[in-house]
Design a protein around this ligand. Structure first.
Ligand code: SF4
Length: 69
């Protein structure tokens, strides 16, 4: 699974961090960054990505197929 962050889309809503604080965090600009890409189980990371109101978190499976958004 691959996580791609579209930081220009991030509006600092923080829901991804609330759902998966081991994987996502906000930097000093208030934009999402990866803390630890394997810090949570895959379903929690997917749920966190789906929670983003601006679809700033893209998830791809191991075959390169986009699963979120
Ligand atoms: S949920 Fe989306 S907009 Fe909110 S902090 Fe995470 S990436 Fe940014």
């Amino acid at each position: 699974m691959k996580i791609v962050l579209k930081r220009d889309k991030c509006i600092s809503a923080g829901t991804c961090v609330a759902i998966s604080p081991e994987v996502f965090e906000l930097d000093e600009e208030g934009k999402v960054t990866l803390k630890n890409p394997t810090g949570d189980d895959e379903q929690t990371i997917i749920d966190a990505a789906r929670s983003c109101p601006t679809q700033a978190i893209e998830i791809y499976d191991d075959d390169g197929k986009q699963i979120v958004p």
